[in-house]
Design a protein around this ligand. Structure first.
Ligand code: ADP
Length: 191
């Protein structure tokens, strides 16, 4: 069984967490990783239904995602968690829990300037947040604490999705969490 890990994306809304998750899932599966995804928006509709955006509720949401990723990672699953996760302390707490069970925590900061995010406004939320229609919107009217020592930073301002995804795969290879691309091709050919 391959070693479990949690690939933890953190970053503002619209920075690219979901997009990168979708790009990586098939590539990780092609490398023989059993992948499971915990996407922030999706978790909020089931596991964390009813939680709001106060600091307390945000922390509870992230702790829940962290708890499930811990259970999965210690059983050899490659977990991708994609949630804003604005508070450093809670991310570090999740890291500690995942690592305590012998799995690897890989924090990836998906970085983009607020200007880019407002221009992109994938979900139409920044416009509303800037108009004051959404309270406690991360990056506009609520805090976001950048990671101090992430395993990787991807800059979606200047990188294509393919470039960012390739950087992440390379980092996972470096950490010996996945087979190198050449081996993956061979494994694919053998299927
Ligand atoms: P999030 O999940 O962080 O809220 P989304 O993935 O929903 O963000 O949206 C990110 C947007 O940014 C998409 O429209 C995507 O095509 C675009 N984008 C541009 N460059 C990148 C990149 N390098 N990585 C991820 N997304 C990117």
């Amino acid at each position: 069984m391959s070693q479990g890990f949690t690939l933890w994306f953190t970053g503002l809304s619209g920075a690219g967490k979901t997009t990168l998750t979708n790009a990586l899932v098939p590539q990780l599966r092609a490398r023989g990783v059993r992948v499971e995804v915990l996407d922030g928006d999706e978790v909020r509709t089931n596991l964390s239904k009813g939680l709001g955006f106060s600091k307390e509720d945000r922390d509870t949401n992230i702790r829940r995602i962290g708890y499930v990723s811990r259970l999965l990672a210690r059983n050899g699953v490659g977990v991708i968690a994609a949630a804003i996760s604005p508070y450093r302390e809670i991310r570090d707490e999740v890291r500690g829990a995942v690592e305590a069970d012998g799995a690897t925590f890989v924090e990836v900061f998906v970085k983009a300037s607020l200007d880019t995010l407002v221009a992109r406004d994938v979900k139409g939320l920044y416009k509303k947040a800037l108009a004051g229609e959404i309270k406690q919107f991360t990056g506009v009217s609520d805090p976001y604490e950048e990671p101090l020592n992430p395993e990787l930073v991807v800059e979606s301002d200047s990188e294509t999705v393919e470039e960012s995804a390739a950087k992440i795969l390379a980092r996972l290879e470096e950490l010996n969490l996945i087979a190198a691309a050449r081996q993956a091709e061979k494994a694919g050919a053998a299927l």
